[in-house]
Design a protein. Structure first.
Length: 100
């Protein structure tokens, strides 16, 4: 199996510098749409946490275990989203420092 011949189908460096992309989109969901979807999901989880905290504060909680899970889940999702944001910002800054 010699897969080295497939590398030539990627395109030349000159084409990439001119803005000509030879890579075809796969038809998947765009990055912006995925990010928006993830943010909406984190928002929904945060809203569930708010309800659980309010129920705890008013004594209306039916299942303490489920309330604790909702709070922990919201915390973990927020930490994950912050790490994704930090990585994206670092990548953006790195691209800004790249010399052409």
């Amino acid at each position: 199996m010699n897969n080295i011949n497939n590398i030539s189908s990627i395109g030349s460096t000159a084409d990439l510098l001119k803005g000509k992309s030879t890579v075809k989109p796969t038809g998947g969901v765009a990055f912006a749409e995925q990010l928006k979807s993830a943010l909406n999901e984190v928002n929904e989880i945060q809203e569930d946490k708010e309800v659980a905290v309010a129920d705890l504060a008013t004594g209306q909680v039916k299942d303490l275990h489920q309330a604790a899970i909702a709070i922990d889940k919201a915390e973990l999702n927020m930490k994950l989203m912050l790490e994704i944001r930090n990585k994206a910002l670092n990548a953006y800054k790195e691209l800004g420092r790249t010399q052409l």
